[in-house]
Design a protein around this ligand. Structure first.
Ligand SMILES: [Zn+2]
Length: 137
């Protein structure tokens, strides 16, 4: 997934995470679900933390959730993020019961609040990488 035109860190791509990033590339986020107990988990990993099963499948995410927390970054720790500043990062509780961190779009800082309803969006960072973003619902 290395791309010399993209100067931000790339997410790890491995056997566990590849189906997630493939679903992002398709603009159709899927989440990992334990095939034994049905618990949905994110980030993708090989073992269920509820029943220790190593069997899983993938389910389509609704893309709907609520803000759990956020921060507004005014400093870029890596040069690739300078153009994004100030950058709002949100932690979102998805309706599926998992948390995900992404950048927030189209939302003035004073509008942010805990439990603000948000919707998932997709941004193609490279031809191989699509990142999640959120917007107010
Ligand atoms: Zn399980």
């Amino acid at each position: 997934m290395n791309n010399p035109e993209y100067d931000k860190p790339m997410p790890p791509l491995n056997r566990d995470s590849k189906p997630f990033w493939d679903s992002m590339k398709e603009h159709n986020m899927r989440l990992q679900r334990c095939a034994e107990c049905g618990k949905i988990r994110h980030y993708p990993r090989p073992v269920c933390d509820n029943c220790l099963s190593m069997e899983y499948d993938w389910v389509r995410a609704t893309g709907k959730g609520k803000v759990h927390s956020w921060t507004i970054s005014h400093h870029a720790f890596l040069p690739g993020f300078i153009a994004d500043l100030p950058m709002t990062l949100v932690t979102v509780d998805l309706d599926e019961g998992v948390r995900i961190c992404a950048q927030m779009r189209d939302c003035e800082p004073e509008r942010l609040s805990v439990n603000l309803p948000v919707e998932l969006g997709y941004e193609d960072a490279t031809s191989d990488l699509t990142l999640p973003v959120f917007r107010p619902a």
